[in-house]
Design a protein around this ligand. Structure first.
Ligand code: NAP
Length: 338
């Protein structure tokens, strides 16, 4: 029987999510990759135990995480039932609806029909009574924002979610949704955007919108799927996400194209006495609007390494300038790479 470490809350940082009552661990664990039906359960369990033992309380799911889609929720549900059930009230468990999940016109996007059915499926797969946060995974260009907002609001009113969030919405879309949620008194507290040193788009759009609305962000792909670690400095290792070939973005030419920048950033990290992954997470957390940074992990050691980022979060202006100078020289990255 799993017994969580007594010391688990000693060193983790917990940040308040905007002006809500909720605090999140400054580092959260995402289950997009490495928690599917194709991944060994023992390793999944070891990663999750390691994360919780280090004070990570935020676990991030979506309906489609796997592969196969849905299997990450099923696997997390298994671990909840066998190990984590006594700790349910110490966990913030999130899921999302909005990407394609089942065939036909209702298994995708943000209609009331899709959002409510998807949340019900996710609750069944995890065996949970409610999610702590339920997100709209992306804005639906064909559905009135009010319909998606009302569906999320209904999840809260029917006890299926405590808080709601948005993901991959622009600053303007966040403002529209925030106004609807305000009218409805929906506990909308958080946005989940992509943010890392190689993709700073939200700095001029999403982050100002969140600050104006007194909401917070939890960043995803904070390590740019592994590019912002020391993983690819000497080629593409056999046990890497890039080698698996499942993520079009991480193709060998992309890895190659970022290498000069990554080498430079690695030097800055090493001068700070950190690994590059640790510096990348600390760099995200320097933003006051970012309450938490999500990490993916393929083994427990990566979680241990990444959580140590919290031991050195502050940056000197010279360090920030060195990073900006390196990033300014990085050729444009193709985020839609197929
Ligand atoms: N809302 C959305 O649309 C959206 C989209 C993407 C992700 N997310 C969420 O964000 C979470 C994290 O995203 P991500 O998987 O892209 O995360 P990431 O943290 O940018 O990349 C994770 C990968 O980096 C490598 N890594 C992690 N720590 C390392 C370390 N210390 N040293 C060397 N390599 C290390 C591992 O790669 P290897 O596997 O190669 O070892 C790991 O699988 C997801 O699980 C999901 O919950 C949300």
């Amino acid at each position: 029987m799993y017994q969580a470490k007594q010391t688990r809350y000693d060193d983790m940082v917990y940040n308040r999510v905007g002006n809500s009552g909720l605090k999140l661990s400054a580092i959260g664990l995402g289950l997009w990759n490495n928690f599917g039906s194709v991944d060994p359960l023992d390793r999944q369990r070891a990663i999750i135990h390691q994360a919780f033992d280090l004070g990570i309380t935020y676990f991030d799911l979506a309906n489609n995480y796997g592969p196969v889609p849905g299997s990450a929720e099923e696997n997390f549900g298994r671990m909840l039932a066998s190990d984590l059930r006594p700790y349910r009230d110490e966990l913030v468990i999130a899921s999302k609806a909005g990407y394609v999940m089942w065939p036909g016109p209702y298994g995708n996007w943000g209609s009331r029909k899709s959002v409510i059915a998807s949340a019900d499926q996710s609750l069944r797969r995890t065996g949970l009574d409610y999610f702590d946060i339920f997100y709209s995974h992306r804005a639906d260009p064909e559905t009135n924002p009010e319909e998606t907002a009302v569906a999320l609001d209904q999840l809260v009113r029917s006890g299926k979610a405590l808080y709601v969030g948005l993901s991959n919405y622009s600053g303007a879309q966040i403002k529209v949704m925030a106004a609807i949620f305000k009218d409805l008194h929906t506990p909308f507290i958080i946005d989940q955007p992509r943010y890392n040193m190689l993709n700073r788009q939200i700095e001029t759009d999403v982050l100002p919108a969140l600050t104006a609305e007194h909401k917070a962000a939890v960043s995803f792909s904070s390590l740019c799927q592994g590019l912002l670690t020391d993983k690819y400095l000497h080629g593409i290792p056999a046990d890497s996400r890039a080698k698996k070939g499942t993520i079009p973005f991480l193709h060998p030419a992309q890895v190659e194209q970022t290498l000069d920048t990554v080498r430079g950033l690695n030097e800055v990290a090493s001068d700070r006495g950190q690994s590059l992954a640790q510096m990348a997470l600390a760099w995200n957390l320097r933003q006051p609007a970012i309450a938490s940074v999500l990490i993916g992990a393929s083994r427990p050691e990566q979680v241990v390494n990444n959580v140590q980022a919290l031991q050195h979060l502050d940056f000197t202006s010279q360090e920030l300038q060195r990073i900006d100078d390196l990033l300014a020289k990085q050729p444009t990255i193709d985020w839609q790479a197929k």
